[in-house]
Design a protein around this ligand. Structure first.
Ligand code: SAH
Length: 528
């Protein structure tokens, strides 16, 4: 526990946050919820938490899954209560993360009762509830001045005898929008009950499956026909049933599926450190994005080889080039200099004529942030182009120190060695894979069900990291969108279908994804 938090939370008994994670789209997680993911010592979550949200949990964080697993029942509520109490009493800060809002049919009240009884301090952190957000993503406003002046959220969960305990007469009299959660299994009884209580057969009604996620589906119909249409479409839980005039607005207002990448889900395998830009761009276009935490970079430290090579480099009287191939490499390099207490002037200003080459724009701007202007950046951002251009420009007999990832591209060195330079290849960082087993399982299931449209790869090491992390899926069914020929080559070796972005940049990768997976203008208006 860091000092800061100790000041806020003075209880040695630990703490529990009962928080809602929203209905699936990671953008609907509250700022407070996202912050708690970082603060908590332990996260206790269940089945409704989407892979997109799970991927926000750092891999080293302790987690307990208390939802259903294939073939097993959900963990009984009593067991969940026990976990919360036991872990909080150990002094842990526990984040109890639930789908939607914790108090809307989330049994949050029961969990607080036990915490209160045990004297464990807690906070309730509301979430965006599916009862409002799922209709919103289907273009259904739950109230509207002209059509509904109230909305009512009702559980469709059946009692032991199989019938839901609902006062249909009272509901029909309210004349507001009715939102049923947990109602897929008893949909027939709900709709019949409403009609028996006097609701018109042609009252608009909708069932909305997996709302706010890439796989959301909506059936908009009427009370008299919804069940049959839902059955025909094979609608399954989780889904909400909405009954009321406002459902008729869906055709005009539905917007989520019409976004350029609406209905698409991508798995990004970039190292965590520089993932958010690509993820943000794809999300802004409507995609659901799982940021695979399997792959992160680990700086090699202490780096004896770097130290030795740098001292040779500094002392050399020839023309000499320091070569960078990624922003992470630049950061790792300067981190190591700081650790070695080595002044940059000792590297560049001792002897000879030192120059710097960068593989592309992002790497060059990382250097610029540190006061270094790259002398050479190839027009085409690739390892091969960098090697060729440098071979062309460097003076005869130059010393070249390549500071990059372990296992870097094989295409960089041959042109340099071919030109007779003295080349030193110094690894600064390596790619490591770590992932929660449950997130792994979730990702494996998504891949198996064809629910991931494509996986993006930006280097060979991300391909390898991904393959190591996900076990042995049917690689032939995976579409890989890659930066660079080599990356694509590595993906193809596993049997993946590959596409290469035109340029080695995030912009170009996004363009390629929109070109391949974007909804065409017509399609955007033609979903269910
Ligand atoms: N606390 C949650 C509801 C828990 S009850 C909330 O506030 O949203 C579980 C029910 O919520 C499901 O059976 C389904 O009816 C509904 N639900 C939750 N997430 C959903 C989603 N993404 N799409 C459709 N229905 C959802």
């Amino acid at each position: 526990m860091d000092q800061n938090n100790k000041k806020h939370i003075s209880h040695d008994t630990g703490y529990v946050w009962l928080a809602g994670a929203g209905p699936g789209d990671a953008g609907l997680m509250t700022l407070k919820g996202a912050d708690l993911i970082r603060q908590a010592d332990l996260i206790v979550y269940d089945a409704l938490i989407s892979a997109e949200i799970l991927s926000m949990i750092p891999p080293e964080k302790e987690t307990v899954y208390v939802g259903k697993q294939a073939g097993y029942h959900a963990v009984p509520q009593e067991k969940i209560n026990q976990v919360l109490v036991r872990e909080a009493k150990k002094g842990k800060k526990v984040l109890r993360l639930k789908g939607g809002d914790p108090f809307v049919f989330g049994r949050g009240g029961e969990e607080l009762e036990i915490l209160a009884r045990e004297g464990i301090p807690f906070e309730a952190v509301p979430g965006v509830t599916s009862s409002v957000a799922v209709p919103a993503y289907a273009g259904i406003p739950v109230t509207h001045r002209d059509y509904a002046s109230s909305f009512h959220v009702i559980t469709g969960h059946a009692k032991k005898d199989g019938t839901p305990d609902i006062d249909f007469d009272a509901l029909v009299r309210l004349r507001g929008t009715l939102v049923f959660l947990m109602g897929v299994a008893s949909m027939g009884q709900i709709l019949d009950g409403l009609m028996r209580a006097g609701m018109a057969r042609d009252m608009p009604a909708a069932v909305l499956e997996r709302g706010t996620t890439a796989r959301q589906r909506r059936i908009v119909s009427s009370v008299g026909t919804l069940k049959e249409e839902a059955q025909r479409a094979g609608i399954q839980a989780p889904a909400v049933i909405v009954v009321g005039q406002v459902c008729a607005l869906s055709e005009t207002f539905c917007w989520a599926e019409k976004r350029a990448l609406g209905g698409r889900q991508f798995l990004l395998t970039r190292p965590r450190q520089n993932m958010s830009v690509l993820a943000g761009r794809l999300r802004a276009l409507g995609a659901q994005v799982i940021e695979m935490p399997a792959i992160s970079t680990q700086v090699i430290s202490p780096n004896r080889k770097l130290k030795e090579e740098l001292s040779d480099f500094a002392a050399s009287h020839r023309e000499k080039w320091l070569v960078f191939t990624s922003p992470i490499g630049v950061a790792a390099f300067f981190g190591q200099l700081a650790e070695m207490k080595l002044d940059i002037r000792q590297v560049f200003c001792m002897a000879g004529k030192a120059k710097i080459a960068a593989i592309g724009r992002a790497t060059a701007s990382s250097l610029l942030e540190r006061g270094l202007v790259a002398d050479l950046v190839p027009e085409v951002y690739s390892a091969a182009a960098l090697g060729e251009k440098l071979a062309d420009q460097a003076g005869t007999g130059s010393d070249i120190l390549v500071a990059r990832a372990e296992d870097g591209s094989e295409e960089l060195l041959p042109p340099l060695l071919g030109a007779g330079f003295r080349v030193k290849d110094v690894p600064l960082y390596r790619t490591v894979c770590e992932m929660h087993p449950l997130l792994r399982q979730k990702i494996e299931n998504l891949l198996e069900n064809g629910e991931i449209d494509a996986v993006t790869f930006t280097s060979r090491s991300t391909v390898r990291g991904f393959a190591q992390a996900v076990g042995n899926p049917d690689f032939g069914r995976i579409q890989a969108v890659c930066i660079g020929e080599q990356t694509a080559g590595a993906a193809a070796e596993y049997g993946m279908e590959t596409v290469i972005s035109d340029e080695a940049s995030t912009d170009s990768l996004v363009e390629k994804i929109v070109e391949l997976y974007g909804n065409s203008q017509e399609e955007r208006y033609d979903i269910i």
